[in-house]
Ligand binder design. Structure first.
Ligand code: PEP
Length: 315
C-alpha cells in the first residue's frame, strides 16, 4: 500500500472570511497527506467559512422530519478510557459491558490503557473491538516507552486513537508527528480514529476545523471533538455538532469523493453522556460518538451505544 500520512486537527471557519492558503500557514491543521517517503508532508489546506456552511445544500438536512443517517457507515461508538483504571476496576467494567444488551447495528470499540489491553482482550466479549490510545510512527526498536502498530496488532487491537487533543495540547504532539503515526498505523491495517476539534479561543474566533486531502479513507473514522467540550461537562449542542459534521462531510464530498463522504463515519466527542447522547444521535450527520468519562461506566456506555435507536424515530 502507498504510505499515506493522514492527520487531522481543528479548524474551519464558522464566521469571518479569513481563508488560509498554503502561502499563509494555517493556525490549525487538518487532514494531510505526505509524500511516499514520509520525509516531507505535503498538505492541502482548505477552509470553510460560515457562508459556505449555511448555503450548502447538505446543511438543509437539519430540517428533515424523519431522522436518518446522512452517511452510509454503521453507527460507531468508541470509549476512550484514557489513563484510568486498575486491574480490579477494569475487571468490573468489562463484566458490566459483557452483560449489557447492545443494539446490533453499532460498531463498538473501547480504548483501555496499554497495560490493560491484554486483560481486556482476554475477558471482553468479541462484540466489542479494542483500540489503543496511541502508537509509534514506525516499526518498533530502540524507542523507549513507545508501542508499535505491529505490537498492537499482535495483541488483538483493531484500532488506534490518534490526534486526541490531550496528546496535542498536553503532551505537545504536532501534526507532522501525528501524521506519521496515522500513516504507519493505516499501513499496518489498523483503523484510525482521527480526532479533530477546536480550542475554545478558536471557536470564539469562528474556527472549528481545517481539512487536508488524503488519498486513502478506507480505515478512518473522524472524531470531531471540540476541545472546550472534552471532559468539561460542556457538551456541544446537537446543532453545533451537526453544523461541523455537515461541513466535514461536504468537504469530503467536494475534495475526496461523494462515496468517501458517504461512507466515512464522522463521530462526535466531548462530554457525551447517557443523558445527552440520544439528542445528539438524532442529528443526521452524527454517526456515533467518542466517549471519555462516561465510557468508564458500563451502563452509561451501553445507553450511549444504544442511542442509535434515536436515529430511527421521527424528529
Ligand atoms: C475524549 O477524551 O475523547 C472525550 C470525549 O472525553 P469526555 O467524553 O470525557 O469529554
Amino acid at each position: 500500500m502507498a504510505m499515506i500520512s493522514t492527520y487531522l486537527n481543528p479548524s474551519s471557519q464558522l464566521s469571518g472570511p479569513k481563508s488560509c492558503t498554503a502561502a499563509s500557514p494555517p493556525l490549525f491543521s487538518g487532514l494531510r497527506r505526505s509524500s511516499a517517503s514520509l520525509s516531507t508532508t505535503q498538505s492541502f489546506f482548505h477552509s470553510v467559512n460560515s457562508h459556505t456552511l449555511r448555503s450548502s445544500s447538505s446543511s438543509n438536512r437539519t430540517s428533515r422530519g424523519i431522522v436518518a443517517m446522512a452517511g452510509s457507515g454503521k453507527f460507531f461508538v468508541g470509549g476512550n478510557w484514557k489513563c484510568n483504571g486498575t486491574k480490579d476496576s477494569i475487571k468490573q467494567l468489562v463484566s458490566d459491558l459483557n452483560s449489557a444488551t447492545l443494539e446490533p447495528d453499532v460498531d463498538v470499540v473501547v480504548g483501555p490503557p496499554f497495560v490493560y489491553i491484554d486483560q481486556v482482550k482476554n475477558s471482553l466479549t468479541d462484540r466489542i473491538e479494542i483500540a489503543a490510545q496511541n502508537s509509534w510512527i514506525g516499526k518498533g526498536g530502540a524507542f523507549t516507552g513507545e508501542i508499535s502498530a505491529e505490537q498492537l496488532k499482535d495483541i488483538g487491537c483493531k484500532w488506534v486513537i490518534l490526534g486526541h487533543s490531550e496528546r496535542r495540547h498536553v503532551i505537545g504532539e504536532d501534526d507532522q508527528f501525528i501524521g506519521k503515526k496515522a500513516a504507519y498505523a493505516l499501513g499496518q491495517d489498523l483503523g484510525v480514529i482521527a480526532c479533530i476539534g477546536e480550542l475554545l479561543e478558536e471557536r470564539e474566533a469562528g474556527k472549528t476545523f481545517d481539512v487536508y486531502a488524503v488519498p486513502s479513507w478506507d480505515n478512518i473514522v473522524i472524531a470531531y471533538e471540540p476541545v472546550w467540550a472534552i471532559g468539561t461537562g460542556k457538551v456541544a449542542s446537537p446543532e453545533q455538532a451537526q453544523e461541523v459534521h455537515v461541513a466535514v462531510r461536504d468537504w469530503l464530498a467536494k475534495n475526496v469523493s461523494p462515496e468517501v463522504a458517504s461512507k466515512t463515519r464522522i463521530i462526535y466527542g466531548g462530554s457525551v453522556n447517557a443523558g445527552n447522547s440520544a439528542d445528539l444521535a438524532k442529528k443526521e450527520d452524527i454517526d456515533g460518538f467518542l466517549v471519555g468519562g462516561a465510557s468508564l461506566k458500563g451502563a452509561d456506555f451501553a445507553t450511549i451505544i444504544n442511542s442509535v435507536t434515536a436515529k430511527k424515530v421521527a424528529a
